[in-house]
Design a protein around this ligand. Structure first.
Ligand SMILES: Nc1ncnc2c1ncn2[C@@H]1O[C@H](COP(=O)(O)OP(=O)(O)OP(=O)(O)O)[C@@H](O)[C@H]1O
Ligand SMILES: [Mg+2]
Length: 517
């Protein structure tokens, strides 16, 4: 009679049982059967563990986690089927393949074994070769299962990773789409705004253009000052066009044409529901200008609290849309313009000195037309040629006397006033010689002091300019019969957007009775 080999303890493979082939738990109460299996498995380098009954088998399986269990059916206490069911219910042991050891030939018993979760069975008396073949087959199957599960996990992780990549690409795509849509709307407004060359060769203009050429390729903020109509916007565009940012848009914001309540949302955008009436998310000018240039026209008109925010964006190169807690980085070059004397605005407490210094890194002052009278003839001829083209006329020229009158005039409205004068003369042209048969003084109030004069003089000048502008707008409105929009509307003739034209009409207090005859 065989003796029980080392009661219920782990038996390491001896010379032949190194465990390299795997760990097998034998659950068997019959010492003779254990002996046969032990010898057979140890010879093939299996590490073997032994348990005498179901209860100790469950414990051993849980902490030693063998690769395979050989389980006897007939055992005292908990029988093999029940032991198998418990092993399968326990998450720690459920995936260990179980092979029944049975002397039974009854098919029902075998079926019960499979129903309990076993994968195979070995019939007593054992055949060495069969035992080894079945044990090896199930161990290999288990290895494949593991490899499959690991592969599956890896695949799932990759799918999750790709899904995340796709999701963030989609978010990015959505953002770009929004930005493109907004950019498109913005650019449609800008289409039609003719971008003409800067005309003139006077030393004053050439010196100014030299500055433009030097600053354009840099990222430096530029502050353009000059009287109304001197070409501040033209110069801003020239800087943008000569910079490496020209493939991105130059986005403009006329700070005077936007009400104080809306200016921040125009600059930084807003989230949906940020304030009453914010029905949709809106992309701001800063975001639109990302990679390009932001032209802040009439910058002194920004409310003081917006000036603080603008300064922060210029310093930190990031902004928060109104109603959002998330900051967005931007790469924007800012060009600001004003026809006011900024130092006076600072002295009057209407403009922040720190913002002024930030914007004024590179100042460009455009000389008034009367300070470069040498440009008048060239500009006038350029305007004649341009209007002749639009009006479909040929052979128009400016007579010597008219040219002298133009050169002697003070041009408080500068190039814009000159353009408008030529346009008016071209419309009423009888023969080919352009003549100005109305006194130029009618629409100007004599010489205007330069922009750097005192605040009092500046105010006087701005009154004079406002009255020139007022008269001019009333004249245009008379011509268009009060129509503002459309190809024959006043906005087109004034070279303004309809919204700006309406704003100016309101600001200058022009009444309907003044232009409706
Ligand atoms: N040197 C120039 N050559 C050709 N056109 C010019 C020149 N300077 C100004 N203009 C034209 O004069 C008009 C007014 O120019 P612009 O709008 O740039 O002036 P501004 O200084 O911005 O005026 P405002 O202060 O009223 O906004 C535009 O039609 C512009 O094309
Ligand atoms: Mg302008």
């Amino acid at each position: 009679m065989s003796t029980w080999p080392k009661d219920d303890v782990r038996i390491e493979g001896a010379e032949t049982g190194t465990g390299a082939a795997g760990t097998v738990l034998i659950v068997e109460d019959d010492a003779a059967s254990v002996g046969v299996l032990l010898e057979c498995l140890r010879r093939e380098s299996f590490r073997v563990l032994v348990a005498q009954d179901g209860k100790s088998a469950l414990q051993r399986a849980e902490y030693a986690r063998p690769d395979l269990i050989l389980l006897d059916v007939m055992m005292p206490d908990i029988n093999g089927f029940e032991t198998c069911r418990r092993l399968k219910r326990n998450g720690l042991t459920a995936d260990i393949p179980v092979l029944f050891l049975s002397a039974l030939t009854n098919t029902n018993e075998k079926l019960e074994g499979f129903a309990a979760g076993a994968v195979d069975y070995l019939t007593k008396p054992f055949q060495y070769e069969e035992v080894l073949a079945r044990v090896r087959t199930h161990l290999r199957l288990r290895e494949y299962e593991f490899a499959l599960a690991a592969g599956n996990k890896l695949l799932e992780a990759r799918v999750a990773e790709r899904t995340e990549e796709l999701r963030s690409a989609l978010v990015e795509f959505g953002k770009l789409k929004e930005r493109l849509e907004a950019e498109n709307v913005y650019l449609q407004h800008e289409v039609g705004a003719e971008h003409r060359d800067i005309i003139g060769s006077s030393p004053a203009l050439r010196a100014m253009l030299d500055k433009v050429a030097r600053v354009a390729p840099t990222k430096t903020s530029v502050l353009i000052t000059g009287e109304t109509g001197t070409g501040k916007e033209l110069v801003a565009r020239a800087i943008h066009e000569a910079s490496s940012r020209r493939s991105r848009p130059m986005v403009k914001l006329n700070c005077a044409a936007i009400s104080a309540g809306l200016v921040e949302s125009e600059l930084f955008g807003h989230t949906k529901g940020a304030f009453t009436g914010a029905l949709d998310k809106r992309v701001g000018r800063f975001e639109l200008a990302d990679g390009g240039t932001l032209f802040l026209d009439e910058v002194t008109e920004l409310p003081l609290e917006t000036q603080v925010k603008l300064l922060r964006v210029l310093q930190e190169r990031e902004f928060k849309p109104v109603g959002s807690s998330k900051t967005q980085a931007v790469d924007v070059r800012v060009i600001a313009a004003s026809n006011r004397c900024l130092r006076d605005e600072i002295a009057a407490g209407r403009f922040r000195a720190d913002l002024y210094h930030r914007l004024n890194v590179f100042p460009i002052e455009i000389p008034a037309l009367r300070q470069r009278r040498a440009d008048i003839a060239e500009l006038a001829r350029h305007c004649v040629a341009r209007f002749a083209r639009t009006l479909g006329r040929r052979g128009c020229d400016i007579g010597a006397e008219t040219l002298r009158a133009l050169e002697a005039h003070e041009w408080p409205g500068n190039v814009r006033e000159l353009q408008n004068t030529i346009e008016r003369a071209m419309i009423s042209l009888v023969d080919d010689a352009l003549c100005i048969d109305w006194p130029l003084a009618e629409c100007s109030r004599g010489a205007q002091p330069p922009i750097t004069d005192s605040a009092a003089a500046a105010m006087e000048r701005s009154d004079a300019l406002a009255s020139v502008e007022r008269e001019h707008i009333v004249g245009v409105l008379r011509r268009t019969g009060g129509v503002i929009e459309g190809p024959r509307g006043a906005a087109r003739l004034l070279e303004m957007k309809p919204s700006t034209a309406r704003y100016r009409i309101k600001k200058l207090g022009i009444r309907k009775s003044e232009f409706v005859t």
